[in-house]
Design a protein around this ligand. Sequence first.
Ligand code: DQA
Length: 153
Amino acid sequence: MTSVLILNGPNLNLLGTRQPEIYGSQTLDQISASCRVWASDTGLEVEIRQSNSESELVEAIHRAMNCHDGIIINAAAYTHTSIALRDAVQGSGLPCIEVHLSNVYARESFRHTSFIAPVAVGVICGFGSIGYRLALLAMQSLLNSGESKPSAS
Ligand code: DQA
């Protein structure tokens, strides 16, 4: 069965109470439960992880090379800072879709830069938790069509 890693970065464990006007009122556990249903509806197996540590996120991407076919990542603040995560995604050779709950382009300018987007297949932002559902659908379609190569070298 096609398998996807959903990786969530720092502070996303605080969803539910963290700035609900921006990120919504659902907890990460609630979003993860929805992701499991959406993945099974889409015919995908899913592993869902969250870490506040950059090195743990890098290691999760490395492990994904052995057991997953694609990565959906909300790297949260590391999106805007982490060359290590970008290199891990690129080095994994796995198709990656970047997700953000909020529309980062409607927010502070430091959120307009993503180190990961250039090595991702695509980016989904601004749709709240539904963004993960869209990403799962996109990943399923990519993996079925075989057009899953990252667009940047
Ligand atoms: C976020 C957007 C990031 O800029 C921010 O640092 C987050 C969450 C989002 O899902 O909207 O922690 O990735």
